[in-house]
Design a protein around this ligand. Structure first.
Ligand code: DUC
Ligand code: ZN
Ligand code: ZN
Length: 455
């Protein structure tokens, strides 16, 4: 007897869509066939619905100390919101302390996350310190099941160019993937000082102090260093046309350069910073102009965007308000963890891209790049992380129907045609038509496989 059978739905894979039933036993997908008997503890009819793998969000900041406060969603609220938007695996950044071995960084954050997570989760280590033995400690981290690291080119926890290069070189030996937040720190600081000294303090100057070229130049530099090191590179939250072109050029020459973008860069332009509530949209990199948005959409269609993430990092309205008269005081980050999959699927529903493409960039590519061997598809043997999607359900996003702990959303009032109606994590129902029905602590730490080592 199966634990769960989902019947009569249209299964979506990265390469095909077909009508089939799907059976689950012990949290795993064990059959996908034209017709499966109802011999199950639970049977769900998915007629006129789509059946998709749960999404993987490879980029969130939960309970993150940042910008003079801590991001508003802890591991419970963040993962709760994730599953209510069809995301069943969440990656968080564990930021290394100075002097700390990388595997200890992971264990420190896991101690916070494990009791709270409602879905499976993984970490990337945010690297700060590679002095002494610490560079070598990356290897132990990979062996522990965390084969991905991130360097920031900005912020007070950003690394020098030299550290970035050392980390790239190390990654080849140990089978790790390095992600980068690419913006030119010097330029950001210079432009920020300039605008402040001119009395230009509104949220729009957050954008103008981090314009297209500040990100694009940093993307190009990061790609050059990865090429020189012979390493793979994953550019997080790519938001500009120049960087998109640089990624495309590198890919065309066969370099293993990967790019992630986020729904906010596909929907909002820098015009949002002219709004009265512009501070709520402050994140880094900021939203860019229409040309950049168009380049990102074209990149998705061409296959030069590999993954979608959210960079979920919400702050409360009162905290965003710290910067009403000074954009430097606005904590950087926005909510999005519950919106990624519904937004991308609604784009497919509207015919802009295919549903298969959404599954590719929100699920299967992400699983492959980050070594999530049990996730990212509905193949037999995979974890039964499943979303049932109603392409006819209309949904308007309001903070009041989101499941995050924050008190506002940049997505307020956005209308989506089509919406997830059920989410299962390892075969267990965690979201049911508007309601979170999961359990705190149900999520498990996901040990991941390394990347192939490079000569
Ligand atoms: N950008 C943000 O907007 N928030 C968190 C960290 C980041 O890089
Ligand atoms: Zn970032
Ligand atoms: Zn981020």
């Amino acid at each position: 007897m199966y634990d769960l059978v989902i019947k009569n739905g249209t299964i979506i894979t990265p390469s095909s869509s077909f009508k089939a039933d799907i059976a689950v036993k012990n949290g795993k997908i064990c059959a996908v066939e034209e017709h499966i008997e109802d011999d199950a503890l639970e049977c769900v009819d998915a007629s006129k619905k789509m059946v998709l793998p749960g999404a993987i969000d490879p980029h969130t900041h939960l309970a993150m100390p940042f910008g003079g406060t801590v991001s508003a969603d802890d591991y419970y609220a963040g993962t709760r919101a994730a599953v209510c938007g069809g995301t069943t695996t969440v990656f968080d950044f564990a930021l290394q302390d100075f002097g700390e071995k990388m595997v200890d960084t992971v264990k420190r954050r896991d101690a916070l996350c494990a009791p709270d997570a409602v879905c499976d989760y993984a970490f990337h280590v945010g690297v700060k310190d590679v002095s002494g033995e610490l560079l070598d400690s990356m290897k132990e981290c990979v062996e522990y099941g965390v084969p991905s690291f991130k360097v920031f080119m900005v912020y007070d926890f950003g690394v020098t160019d030299g550290i970035f290069f050392k980390v790239l070189e190390k990654s080849k030996e140990i089978g790790a993937l390095i992600g980068v937040h690419a913006e030119n720190n010097e330029m950001v600081n210079m432009l920020t000082e300039k605008y402040i000294s001119e009395g230009k303090t509104s949220a729009y100057y957050h954008y103008l102090s981090r314009p297209e070229w500040v990100e694009g130049e940093a993307d190009e530099r990061a790609i050059d260093w990865a090429k020189a090191a012979g390493a793979e590179l994953y550019i997080v939250h790519l938001a500009n046309k120049q960087g998109m072109k640089a990624v495309e050029k590198a890919k065309a020459k066969g370099y293993p350069i990967y790019a992630e973008t986020c729904p906010q860069y596909l929907y909002f332009t820098s015009d949002v910073y002219k709004r009265e509530d512009g501070r709520n949209f402050v994140c880094s990199p900021p939203m860019k102009g229409q040309e950049s948005m168009d380049a990102l959409w074209a990149g998705i269609k061409k296959g030069s965007i590999d993954t979608i993430s959210t960079d979920h990092c919400p702050f409360l309205q009162a905290e965003k308000d710290w910067g009403i008269n000074d954009f430097r005081k606005i904590p950087n980050g926005c909510a999005g963890i519950e919106n990624m999959y519904p937004f991308m699927l609604a784009q497919a529903n509207a015919g802009r891209i295919t549903f298969n493409k959404v599954v590719e960039i929100c699920c299967s590519n992400t699983a492959k790049l980050f070594g999530c061997d049990t996730k990212g598809s509905l193949d037999i043997g995979k974890d039964a992380d499943i979303v049932i999607y109603d392409p006819e359900k209309d949904f308007t996003i309001h903070n009041s129907n989101m499941h995050s702990d924050t008190d506002h959303t940049i997505w307020e009032g956005v209308k989506l045609h089509g919406y997830p109606i059920k989410t299962f994590v390892r075969g267990t129902l965690v979201y049911d038509n508007g309601e979170f029905v999961g359990k705190r602590g149900f999520g498990k730490f996901l040990k991941r496989s390394p990347r192939p080592k490079r000569a």
